[in-house]
Structures are given as structure tokens and as C-alpha cells.
Design a protein around this ligand. Structure first.
Ligand SMILES: C[S@@+](CC[C@H](N)C(=O)[O-])C[C@H]1O[C@@H](n2cnc3c(N)ncnc32)[C@H](O)[C@@H]1O
Length: 271
């Protein structure tokens, strides 16, 4: 497989991140155990009522958001390639007595192991940069949706990936927008959960996608886009000048101009 080396390297890092994220303030796992909502206000409002619907969560990490949809009445299945994350998600489902199915698989391998069709395919916050081929990803979404079913994504805006995180008091462009499918190698400690974490597996490979790549991938399969929204705030601390708001989103302080930092797309599979 073409990207095997990249996936293997990323998987080692993601397995290591599970315990770190579990302990982090960002995930507020203790709050979740006490019944606190892990989903953020926009996806709750934009995806709408999930009660009684079957929902497939792609790249579900250790399943907090998947289980939160289940708390709202959805019949949930979560998929992630991290065996550690899936093991923890299964354990949580059992301990909290929230019915859920969790499957360890690379997003691209799924059609071989899961044949069911879903009312909703959901994915969120930090997923696309791990995927080299968005047309293939859109194919997977299309495969799993029932006709008339809904796809929803909320994700960091590609504009945010241009921002040089070392530049203080505002921002300057530090990275290419057009990367032509080439992965970038990052060697970095820390995570969005805990920026100070020291890691054994610092190397990871990420793919930057343009906004048109994302939209065109979804249009290349049998999906009809209902809306595309952009937001001037985001879901994590990607720049030191961002501050977390009470509703969980991160916003630039005292920035002279507003810039797109996050987007959402809702689409339906054509009948
Ligand atoms: C930033 S996390 C998603 C976070 C999630 N929205 C949450 O709130 O917990 C990205 C997830 O993608 C998973 N992942 C990365 N590459 C993958 C791939 N090729 N197939 C399946 N899962 C993958 C990682 O294991 C990780 O759990």
C-alpha cells in the first residue's frame, strides 16, 4: 500500500496520545464520566435530532463524542485505526452502560469489515490531515450512507493550517496552501490535548487539503451539499494567541482582521 509507512508512523503516535489526551483538560474526561456533554454547540445544532438514527463516527478516537451521540439516542458505531483508542472506547461503553459498537480499522480499509449502511456518517475536529486521498474518503462515506442519509463534518479550516504558530501578536503565513498531495513530516512533542507532553513518537505525517479539494471530493460521489459554513474561531490551540472561550471554541485575542478557522459541511446522499 502506497502510504503504509506514513500510516504506521502516525498510528504509533496516536496510540501514545490516547493516555495523554485522556488525562488532559481539553477532553475533560472526568466531566464526561459525570454526564457532561463532550460535543460542541455547533455540531449539536447543525446535525440536529439523532434520536433513533444509526450513526457511523469516522476517526472516533476513544469514543467520547460517539458515546455522546448515543446519549442523545443514536445507535452508534465508531471507527478508528488506533487499537488503544478503540480498546478504551469499548471499555467506556461497557462501564458507562452506553450501547455502542467500536471497530479498529483504517478509514480506507473499512469496506472489507463493515457492511452495514447508516442514516448518518459523522466526523469531526482534526481528521482530514491524516488522510492522503479525499476522493477515496468520500467514496467510503458514500458507501456507508443509506440513500437520503446525512453526512456531517466539522473541521479546522485549511486557512488555519497556513498560520505560522511561532509568530506572536497576530499571524503571518508560514506554510503552503497548495501542497499537491505531498505529506509534511512533523517532529513534534505535545498535542492539542496537552501542548507540554513529551512524546516517544514525535514523528507524524500530515496532508494539507485545500477547501476546494474537500468540497470537490464530496461532490465527486453521490452527495448533495446542503450547506457549507465557515467560522472565525476553532476547536483547539493551534496558535499561542488563541484563547479558549466558555463554549469550548478557541479565538484569537485582539486580531485586527477576522479569518476563517473552522468549517462545517452537511450533505445528503442522493436517492
Ligand atoms: C484528532 S483525532 C479526532 C478527534 C475526535 N474528533 C475527538 O474529539 O476525539 C484524529 C483521530 O484520527 C485517527 N486516525 C488517524 N488516521 C487514521 C486513519 N487513516 N484511519 C482511521 N483513523 C485514523 C486517530 O487515531 C485519532 O483518533
Amino acid at each position: 500500500m502506497k502510504n503504509k509507512k506514513y500510516f504506521e508512523t502516525n498510528l504509533k503516535r496516536w496510540n501514545e496520545l490516547v493516555d495523554i489526551n485522556l488525562e488532559s483538560e481539553w477532553y475533560d474526561f472526568k466531566g464526561f464520566l459525570e454526564g457532561k456533554e463532550s460535543l460542541l454547540p455547533i455540531e449539536i445544532k447543525e446535525l440536529g435530532d439523532v434520536n433513533g438514527k444509526s450513526l457511523l463516527h469516522l476517526q472516533c478516537h476513544f469514543g467520547m463524542d460517539t458515546l455522546s451521540w448515543a446519549r442523545k439516542g443514536a445507535k452508534v458505531t465508531g471507527v478508528d485505526f488506533s487499537d488503544k483508542a478503540i480498546e478504551l472506547a469499548k471499555q467506556l461503553s461497557k462501564e458507562l452502560n452506553i450501547p455502542a459498537k467500536f471497530i479498529q480499522s483504517n478509514v480506507y480499509d473499512k469496506p472489507n469489515i463493515l457492511k452495514e449502511k447508516f442514516d448518518i456518517v459523522f466526523t469531526s475536529y482534526g481528521v482530514l490531515c491524516w488522510l492522503p486521498d479525499l476522493v477515496k474518503w468520500a467514496d467510503v462515506i458514500n458507501y456507508y450512507l443509506k440513500p437520503g442519509g446525512t453526512f456531517y463534518i466539522i473541521e479546522g479550516h485549511p486557512f488555519g493550517s497556513l498560520i505560522d504558530e511561532k509568530f506572536r501578536k497576530g499571524f503571518q503565513v508560514g506554510y503552503d496552501y497548495f501542497t499537491e498531495g505531498k505529506p509534511t513530516q512533523w517532529d513534534e512533542d505535545g498535542t492539542y490535548g496537552d501542548p507540554n507532553a513529551k512524546l516517544k513518537h514525535i514523528t507524524n505525517y500530515q496532508w494539507d487539503h485545500t477547501m476546494s479539494d474537500i468540497i470537490n471530493a464530496l461532490l465527486s460521489v453521490n452527495l448533495e451539499i446542503e450547506f457549507f459554513h465557515e467560522f472565525p474561531f476553532t476547536f483547539h490551540n493551534l496558535h499561542p494567541d488563541l484563547k479558549r472561550r466558555d463554549d469550548g471554541y478557541w479565538e484569537f485575542q485582539n486580531l485586527e482582521f477576522s479569518v476563517p478557522m473552522m468549517f462545517s459541511i452537511k450533505a445528503q446522499k442522493k436517492l
